[in-house]
Design a protein around this ligand. Structure first.
Ligand SMILES: Nc1ncnc2c1ncn2[C@@H]1O[C@H](COP(=O)(O)OP(=O)(O)OP(=O)(O)O)[C@@H](O)[C@H]1O
Ligand SMILES: [Mg+2]
Length: 243
């Protein structure tokens, strides 16, 4: 079995003191694997990522990276632990150029700066649209190009763990498929990926393990085989297949 990177055990968290959005969440992400997290709008999927990234402090439970607690650790410290997040909303600075956005996470990080030049050229080769636009402001790119920039930025950092929230939202089917291809490439390189996306069938197809989140609770977990083909009963229900 692959190396365990991230483990959530019984995590309860919320935005207000008296309202729990996540209730006793347990899940794991292993190196070289994709863990899919699926659920209806408002189930709490993005809140899981915000809690892992330290934007919310859990009220109960453990969040461990490499067996060490990271609960409440500020987001910028996680970059130094080789964790990267591609959030549901943009993480780009719209008034900075493509090049500045790409290089920003490397600032002040000696380890990354040493390999930056080589990786930068590689990334522009993988994402040729960004090469053309390297001097353009990120905010002037199309939605699809901005998504490319998000993935290029992540790939440049070469994290061990990448948390990816709704990457295919607003993309054409062709570009969405390209994005899923990049995520598969991330995992093949040995990266652990926590993937949230509303394209449930695609998430199931590319995930090694899948977790279903309903009203803040994990209501089903299993391997791809448990969810493939005749989709898991829980998934069928909320996809409306039984109605
Ligand atoms: N900043 C916030 N302050 C208060 N409540 C919030 C905040 N962000 C989210 N919530 C609430 O937490 C719940 C879970 O939201 P979350 O964004 O995690 O859901 P989601 O599963 O990612 O949904 P979607 O599929 O629509 O992205 C919702 O009821 C939402 O209203
Ligand atoms: Mg969300």
């Amino acid at each position: 079995m692959h190396e365990l990177l991230l483990r959530l055990d019984g995590v309860t968290a919320g935005y207000a003191q008296d309202i729990d959005v996540l209730r006793e969440i347990s899940l794991e992400v292993r190196a070289g694997e994709v863990s899919g997290l699926i659920g209806l709008n408002g189930a709490g999927k993005s809140t899981v990522i915000k809690t892992i990234c330290g934007f919310l402090a859990p009220k109960a439970g453990r969040i461990e990276l490499d067996g060490e607690s990271i609960a409440g650790m500020p987001p910028h410290h996680l970059i130094d632990r080789d964790v990267c997040c591609i959030p549901q909303e943009s993480s780009l600075f719209p008034y900075l150029t493509v090049e500045e956005n790409l290089l920003l996470p490397l600032q002040g990080r000696k380890k990354l700066r040493e390999v930056a030049a080589e990786r930068y050229e590689e990334v522009l080769g993988i994402f040729p649209a960004l090469e053309e636009k390297r001097r353009a402001q990120a905010g002037d790119l199309s939605g699809g190009q901005q998504k490319q920039l998000e993935f290029a930025k992540a790939w440049l950092q070469r994290p061990r763990l990448c948390l990816i929230d709704e990457p295919s939202i607003g993309l054409s089917p062709v570009l969405a498929e390209e994005v899923f291809g990049w995520i598969e490439k991330f995992a093949q390189s040995g990266m652990g990926v926590l993937l949230i996306d509303h394209n449930v069938r695609r998430v199931v197809r590319m995930s090694d393990r899948i977790h279903v989140l309903s009203l803040g609770r994990i209501t089903a977990s299993g391997g791809r085989k448990d969810f493939e083909g005749d989709l898991h009963e829980q998934v069928r229900q909320w996809l409306g297949l039984d109605f």
